[in-house]
Ligand binder design. Structure first.
Ligand SMILES: NC(=O)c1ccc[n+]([C@@H]2O[C@H](COP(=O)([O-])OP(=O)(O)OC[C@H]3O[C@@H](n4cnc5c(N)ncnc54)[C@H](O)[C@@H]3O)[C@@H](O)[C@H]2O)c1
Length: 275
């Protein structure tokens, strides 16, 4: 049995125009995980805000979102909407994105999926519920978001889907999180690759970013003192990464010149894992 591809690529011989992709900058960028004060989602939101991009900021934490929105407006975003969401819950994702679509924001052009959870539980102590929760947020959450924004992107013939993986997907983790987390992020990378192929030729592209040792609070709280020294010592370039550096990479991927890369995983790990 053969299955038809979901996407409708342009007829053979019709060349896409790179110039047309410049309109991506006018469309709304949806950023999840933006509530965390020192987190990657916040860094991404503020980088895109500084470019004057309209933003929809999504997270579980409403209070954090309010601060993020205030900062994004101050940084230069012309329009910011926030919506509370549990990305593990498909209905919740649908409601949040429906609110974005019903607002006065431009159509969604980019999804940057940064919301996620760590899991440092060792393998033999990991319960089935714990494993499933990690997958439900990190992997299924990415699926829910991407599936909800994709139809609009296909219709407008332009869209960028970027999801946070982790170096753990490639090296099994252990820097902080362990196997359940590594499995959840390997799933994100597979999803991003599969989706890239399915939608190739439609104007929608995908990317995964695999960070490690970015200076946020996800690895059991703020990295300070001896613990920080240990993380730095394990990072070949000799320092932790910053959310600003990650935001810069995202700005490229969801910007007017990001349309010729799809399905790739971008490592941002200070040399922790090369290749
Ligand atoms: N910081 C790093 O070094 C690093 C390394 C590898 C991967 N990552 C990945 O990057 C992403 C962001 O990490 P961070 O360091 O900014 O983490 P963080 O803990 O600072 O932020 C995570 C955000 O996700 C939100 N969130 C968690 N579960 C949610 C849910 N079910 N629905 C909606 N929102 C939810 C939280 O409220 C929080 O605002 C994560 O996916 C993480 O796995 C980070």
């Amino acid at each position: 049995m053969t299955t038809a591809p979901m996407s409708t690529p342009q007829p053979a011989g019709t060349e896409r125009s790179a110039a047309e992709e410049a309109r991506i900058s006018e469309l709304t960028a949806v950023v999840t995980g933006a509530a965390s004060e020192r987190g990657i989602g916040r860094g991404v939101a503020l980088r895109l805000a500084a470019q004057g991009r309209p933003l929809a900021l999504l997270d579980l934490d409403e209070q954090g979102l309010a601060t993020a929105a205030e900062q994004a407006r101050a940084a230069g975003s012309p329009a910011v909407l926030t919506a509370q969401v549990d990305i593990a819950d498909q209905g919740s994702v649908d409601r949040a994105l429906s609110a974005v679509e019903a607002s006065s924001l431009p159509p969604v052009g980019a999804l940057i999926s940064c919301a996620g959870i760590a899991n440092p539980t060792r393998f033999l102590d990991t319960t089935s519920e714990d494993f499933l929760r990690t997958l439900s947020v990190n992997t299924l959450g990415t699926f829910h978001l991407a599936q909800r924004v994709l139809p609009g992107m296909l219709e407008q013939g332009l869209g960028r889907i970027v999801a946070m993986s982790s170096t753990a997907a490639q090296d099994g983790g252990g820097n902080f999180s362990t196997s359940a987390y590594a499995a959840s992020k390997a799933g994100v990378e597979g999803l991003i690759r599969g989706l890239a192929k399915e939608v190739a030729g439609t104007g929608v592209t995908t990317a995964a970013i695999a960070p490690a040792n970015i200076d946020t609070d996800i690895m059991g709280g703020r990295l300070e003192g001896e613990r920080r020294e240990q993380f730095v010592a394990r990072t070949p370039v000799g320092r932790l990464g910053t959310v600003e550096e990650l935001g810069e990479l995202v700005a490229f991927l969801v910007g007017p010149h990001g349309g010729f890369t799809t399905g790739a995983t971008y490592n941002l790990n200070g040399g922790l894992r090369v290749g």
